[in-house]
Design a protein around this ligand. Structure first.
Ligand code: HEM
Length: 334
């Protein structure tokens, strides 16, 4: 706990004991992020999701990545863990779908009836496979500022009629962590800091601005989680500008700043190129095939089946490649 707070201009301020919330390290890091984004902002305009990832050097490499940087802190940015990434709670579906091998009749279990209760997996010998099949068939909820009532009214309800509100917890957790406001993060991420609610018009629709104005006295009070969730999606992305910036920054740090990242080639512990090629061949679809009795699955298991993503037989090694572990074989005495 430190009694110093850095503002975004790099000035520090002594805080009274009841306001001690942030480490100065965190604020220094945020200053650096602000400078970096500001310098690069012109190039970010009009970039679509994929380009943004490329720009942030977080697209998967074809083989080795060679850009480990010991000066990059791989730790979790507070605004990511206590704000941006929690936005994906909006994707949580209201139920768990179970689908038999015939694909003829699916059954949906209510999420709130099954918190902390894995017995669904044990109803019959095929339950595990039925649920895997259901998950591969089921689409996620929309990425918008609305979450299912299964998590906003009934989370962890057990045998009670009411449970917890996950979104209220997300907002409150951001306050517990003392993270900067939505307006501060706008500026850190290269947008103009809003002086009035109406200055948010570039990033959100008028009805959302009106809603924020009713709930908050001042635009500086808007919580990161709330403001970020209200932003329009960047084309090609499920995130708005500010959350996209925070998520990309975190992924960048996690990869570039971690010398143990699996495709890093400059270390004594690095995989050989043959081993790495095998690792890169494998997929969620192969993992599911190898650990269940499913016979078919779409190649990209996290995306719905479609003409572009058809189902293949788990036995089809060309479509869903196996990982060849012989590249790890060693002589007995090595
Ligand atoms: C049924 C689905 C889910 C439930 C019930 C759930 C519930 C929770 C709960 C109770 C917390 C802790 C809240 C707190 O005390 O502050 C949490 C944190 C979090 N959740 Fe979820 N969650 C779900 C799915 C997801 C998904 C799909 C994502 C993102 C892909 C996600 C990302 C996060 C993150 C980043 C945190 C913060 C973790 C941390 O600070 O250590 N959650 N979630």
């Amino acid at each position: 706990m430190l009694s110093v707070r850095w503002d975004w201009q790099g000035n520090c301020e002594l805080l009274p004991p009841d306001k001690i919330i942030n480490s100065d390290l965190y604020c220094q890091q945020m200053m650096k992020l602000k400078q970096k984004v500001e310098k690069q902002w012109p190039e970010l305009i009009n970039r679509k999701g994929e380009n943004y990832l490329r720009y942030y050097r977080v697209t998967p490499s074809t083989l080795y990545s060679r850009d480990y940087d010991e000066n990059v802190n791989p730790g979790i940015v507070n605004g990511f863990g206590s704000g941006a990434f929690r936005f994906l709670h909006t994707l949580v579906s209201d139920g768990i779908v179970s689908c038999p091998a015939s694909y003829q009749a699916a059954y949906k279990y209510r999420l709130s009836d099954h918190y902390f209760n894995p017995s669904l997996l044990e109803i019959s010998p095929s339950s595990f496979d039925d649920i895997l099949r259901g998950m591969a068939q089921q689409s996620a909820a929309e990425s918008d500022p609305y979450c299912t009532a299964e998590v906003t009214n009934l989370m962890f309800k057990s045998s009670n009629s009411w449970g917890l509100d996950l979104v209220a917890m997300d907002i409150q957790r951001g306050r517990d962590h003392g993270i900067a406001s939505y307006n501060d993060y706008r500026e850190i991420c290269g947008l103009r800091k809003a002086q009035h609610f109406q200055d948010l018009a570039g990033e959100m629709s008028q009805d959302r601005i009106n809603a924020l104005q009713q709930l908050y006295e001042c635009v500086d009070d808007v919580d990161l989680f709330v403001g970020g969730a209200m932003e329009k999606d960047v084309p090609g992305s499920i995130l708005g500008h500010t959350f996209q910036c925070l998520v990309a920054e975190q992924f960048y740090r996690t990869r570039i700043g971690d010398r143990f990242f699996y495709d890093n080639c400059e270390m004594p512990h690095s995989f050989t190129s043959d081993q790495l090629m095998e690792i890169k061949k494998t997929s969620m679809a192969r993992l599911i095939c190898d650990n269940s009795d499913l016979q078919y699955i779409q190649k990209k298991a996290f995306e719905l089946e479609s003409p572009y993503n058809p189902k293949y037989s788990c036995k089809d090694n060309n479509a869903i490649p196996y990982m060849d572990l012989t590249h790890w074989r060693k002589d007995r005495f090595d």
